[in-house]
Design a protein around this ligand. Sequence first.
Ligand code: PLP
Length: 404
Amino acid sequence: MFQINEDYQKLPGSYLFSTIAKKVAAFTQANPDKNIIRLGIGDVTLPLAPAIIKALHAAVDEMGAAETFRGYAPDLGYDFLRKAIVENDYKARNCHIEEDEVFVSDGAKSDSGNIQEIFGPECRIAVCDPVYPVYVDSNVMAGRTGVYNRDTEMWSNVIYMPCTAENNFVPEFPKETPDIIYLCLPNNPTGTTITKSELSEWVEYAKKTGAVIIYDAAYEAYISEDNVAHSIYECEGARECAIEIRSFSKNAGFTGMRLGFTVVPKDLKCNGVSLRDMWARRHGTKFNGAPYIVQRAGEAVYSPEGKAQLKEQVAYYMNNAAAIKEGLSDAGYTVFGGVNAPYIWLKTPDKMTSWEFFDYLLENANVVGTPGSGFGPSGEGYFRLTAFGSYENTAAALERIKKL
Ligand code: PLP
């Protein structure tokens, strides 16, 4: 008789967004006349930029003609896209990354969940707390995380690095030595980030301890401050200890299109074995390529028109972020983030728990956000609002919150 992977049974239910949806549905049913504003989920709302639509149309036409039709994409992704990535995301920032170190994928969620496959089962992971849940859950599925404690909401074999107002949301080097360190910067959910020199210290630390850093830079496009690195490869030595994961979701509105990439430098080795070659093997075996049409759309992200149009989109969301930050500060809230990321992380007032504040906001302002505790125990007492709504809705939500 077959057996299941018991490690899946260890996963606690993913209650966060389903609980939010249930609470909102119950509230709407009881109050059908109320207009709810949703600033909870981290999904974009602006339509795709014209340069991207143009590239999509052209690629669709190519697929309809025998001479230009394309079947399976090359394993690593099309040359035209990897070239554009290397030129714009790396060369332009003085980072040495080669085209065959870039692996095009269907997004950062898959890559950040899959990358753990190339590491040994005994590796210990370290994660920031609060954290994007995929890193821990994918390691739970792989049997790396030990036993879950429902009271502390922590895994016995995971090293947690609390990121709170007390340490200015800068993770500290853990007391126990990890093998794999997940860093997401700028950060979801806190909307904060660290400076390039602080990131360089993490690179030093990884090299010293023999750890690898999985660097999730999904929000790189939102960086506004000069002292923040756009890529971990801006830090000396990162080629030997870091894998970088990128997404087209938040910089170009591809959440429904699906495109991302992972960089595994050739200098990253474990006992002489190239991780780049391992990831190439894994990619070739388990992934059959992002669609040609979508890769052409990705190429358009780097065209002069694409860049200009996407800069405006990012500015639109960051204008919302600034409005939320300012509005909440004026209303007496303590707020973080929103400068280099499209998320605002606020301290709940009057010592409310994250969920108490969720209910309070829903009932009294009809605004939906995300309870910080849903991202990890150190998120308790915090709350996340996103800047991805329309400006009108964002402004209306703020007016309501100010009146509370
Ligand atoms: N990484 C982080 C930190 C995210 O917040 C998200 C999406 O919200 C992703 C990855 C997923 O990106 P993608 O849409 O490319 O799968």
